[in-house]
Design a protein around this ligand. Structure first.
Ligand SMILES: [Cu+2]
Length: 176
């Protein structure tokens, strides 16, 4: 089938509506996590790399690193065969490579702990953790904590659930 220009436009605007409507409609809470790096790429990180959100919050990732492509990828057997470090009921995610200024959005609804990494930079410590809801929440799943499946140095790079809940957001700049 050959689409006419008009059909293409309808298709494009339909897709756009599907993306933008929830934002316009609800004033849904959202948080931003930036992917950052030094100019020569010696250091790369998610900022913040620990954040607490309410279930259903829109989490938007933006690559602010002009010198590198990054991914936001769930630890999950269905994505590159990793040990699961997100709630069992959560849908695994993988942004694939985001070029500078590309964005990727997640809406995390299952309460619990979500650990993620950047495929090319995990070993450089580019990992992060989102805590959705709190331990009192029905269905709370923090199996990410103690699940293993990462090197010791990477395990140490995740902020604790307690520190994330206490501060709401942990930025890499706070560690300098
Ligand atoms: Cu990266």
């Amino acid at each position: 089938m050959i689409l006419t220009r008009r059909e293409l436009l309808i298709g494009a605007s339909g897709a756009l509506l599907a993306v933008t409507l929830p934002v316009l409609a609800s004033g849904q809470p959202s948080v931003l996590i930036e992917m950052r790096g030094t100019a020569r790429g010696e250091r790369v990180w998610f900022d913040p790399f620990g954040v607490a959100v309410k279930p259903g919050t829109r989490v938007r990732f933006v690559n602010r690193d002009s010198g590198n492509a990054h991914t936001v990828t769930a630890y999950h057997p269905e994505v590159l065969g990793r040990v699961r470090r997100i709630p069992e009921k959560a849908i695994p995610f993988n942004s694939d490579y985001l070029l500078p200024e590309d964005t990727y959005e997640l809406i995390l609804t299952s309460p619990g702990v979500y650990d993620f990494y950047c495929i090319p930079h995990e070993q450089a410590g580019m990992v992060g953790r989102v805590v959705v809801g709190d331990p009192g929440e029905e269905g709370w799943d923090n199996s990410a904590v103690g699940a293993g499946g990462v090197a010791e140095s990477i395990e140490a790079a995740f902020p604790s659930v307690e520190s994330i809940l206490a501060s709401g957001s942990i930025s890499a700049s706070e560690l300098k």
